[in-house]
Write a protein that binds this ligand. Structure first.
Ligand code: ADP
Ligand code: ASP
Ligand code: MG
Length: 441
């Protein structure tokens, strides 16, 4: 008997039929003798729709109210799912983030979990109930206010609960069959990866692969929680995020293993590849500060102002200064949503910093090639750049880490760039990856 935490994403519970399908899977896991804790997201695109609604009423919704609004989505799905499981004759009880003991800091909209005290969940398990927990939400103990964990935060709720409960595995059920070498919505020939290390998945998630939220992977790494990403539609074995290179996937039902054997594996899977995947991100923007004096201290002043606006910058590029003028340009990227306060602060400080002009560009895309093997294989960058050249795609910025190379392209060229690079690294599979649901929003 195992303790299994299962998380179901929005597309997996988008209507009554899907909720019933998910309820059956949960009941099956419980009836096989496991203790089951379920974390659930808001139905379908509910969170996006609630955000749109708030934006229709005001340009700057108060962050506290926004969090109360958004947590309603997960409360709807948690109670409906509990009812659906109950209707199958299996006991289930739903809990809000607060009731489940998810304690966060006070940052509305992107709160960090500081503690998980799941005593009510444990009591519910002891009584033989399945515990359903609303994802993406917690409570700030000082103010007693509801907080949200940032987009995709239900993944983090699930892994944090799995760590606190000492679960055998955290299963993340979604609308694709696992983690692929690229987003299957863009690259239909993407290949499913059987295992991926926490560090590789961290780079993928940090660079736009939204199949797992970044914080959930950080949590998994810190507490050593095996994360099994799989489809709620097919029930096939998916991808295990773990640092173990061998060993069985914990928590599988006998019928899962059987189905996956028939599914065929060898051909569309890869063992220990150099490249684990190609991630992409469309959510960043680029700010260029034109005509900066090329003297010591300019970059420090500039980025102190950027930092005080609360923005997380990503890439930075400085041009060679023009000999005649002693002036240079600095470009940097940041999440587009963080840009307005940065532009405002920089514009105000223009005479102090002494630049000519500020350019803003939100039509950029970022492609990242990720793989732990690249540090020991020469020629990876050259192959990446050649693939983009052959596809006629211009590179605007480049950054590297030990296990990643990222480039910025025009937004409209990003999809072709991802496909070209995927092919250039021989990642294409003969089988087409299935996208079972969801709108990709
Ligand atoms: P959920 O609603 O279940 O949380 P998400 O939309 O957050 O689902 O994440 C699943 C989606 O992530 C997939 O439908 C896919 O489009 C996208 N995705 C991006 N990169 C990858 C990748 N490398 N492997 C698998 N899916 C990916
Ligand atoms: N419903 C939230 C979102 O859409 C949290 C989640 O689904 O993980 O971001
Ligand atoms: Mg998600």
């Amino acid at each position: 008997m195992a303790l299994i935490v299962q998380k179901y994403g929005g597309s997996s519970v988008s209507d009554a039929t899907s909720i019933r399908r998910v309820a059956r899977r949960i009941a099956q896991t419980r009836l096989a003798g496991n203790d089951v804790v379920v974390v659930v997201s808001a139905m379908g695109d509910t969170t996006d729709e609630l955000i749109d609604l708030a934006n229709e009423l005001t340009q700057a919704p108060p962050t506290r109210e926004m969090d109360i609004l958004l947590t309603a989505g997960e409360r709807i799905s948690m109670s409906l799912l509990a009812m659906a499981i109950d209707a199958l004759g299996v006991r289930a009880k739903s809990f809000t983030g607060q009731q489940a003991g998810v304690i966060t800091d006070a940052e509305y909209g992107k709160a960090k979990i500081i503690d998980v005290t799941p005593s009510r969940i444990q009591r519910s398990l002891e009584k033989g109930s399945v515990a359903i927990v609303a994802g993406f939400q917690g409570v700030n103990q000082e103010t007693n206010d509801v907080t949200t964990l940032g987009r995709g935060g239900s993944d983090t709720t699930a892994v944090a609960l799995a760590a606190a409960l000492g679960a055998d595995v955290c299963e993340i059920y979604t609308d694709v069959d696992g983690i692929f070498t690229a987003d299957p919505r863009i690259v239909p020939t993407a290949r499913r990866v059987t295992r991926i290390t926490y560090n590789e998945m961290l780079e993928m998630a940090a660079n736009g692969a939204k199949v797992l939220a970044l914080r959930c992977v950080e949590y998994g790494r810190r507490y050593g929680v095996p994360i099994h990403v799989r489809s709620s539609y097919s029930g096939l074995v998916g991808t295990l995020v773990t640092d173990d290179t061998h060993g069985d996937i914990p928590g599988l039902l006998p019928e899962d293993a059987e189905k996956s054997n028939q599914h065929g594996t060898a051909e569309d899977e890869m063992e220990a590849p150099i490249i684990s995947g190609v991630a992409h991100d469309r959510t960043e923007a680029k700010i260029t500060v034109v005509g900066l004096p090329d003297v010591p201290g300019t970059a420090a002043t500039l980025f102190e102002i950027v930092a005080s606006s609360g923005a997380n910058i990503d890439m930075i590029v400085q041009n060679v200064s023009a000999a005649q003028t002693g002036l240079t340009d600095i470009s940097f990227t940041l999440p587009a949503a963080d840009a307005p306060p940065v532009i405002e602060a920089l514009t105000k400080a223009r005479s102090d910093i002494g630049f000519d002009e500020l350019l803003f560009d939100d039509q950029i895309g970022k492609l990242s090639l990720v793989g732990a093997g690249m540090k020991s294989s020469p020629g990876v960058s050259a192959r990446l750049f050649a693939a983009l050249r052959d596809a006629g795609i211009n590179i605007e910025m480049i950054t590297t880490s030990e296990i990643r190379i990222s480039v910025v392209t025009r937004a409209e060229e990003l999809d072709s760039a991802v496909r070209a690079v995927h092919t250039a690294f021989n990642l294409d599979s003969a089988a087409e990856a299935v996208v079972y649901g969801g709108t990709g929003r």
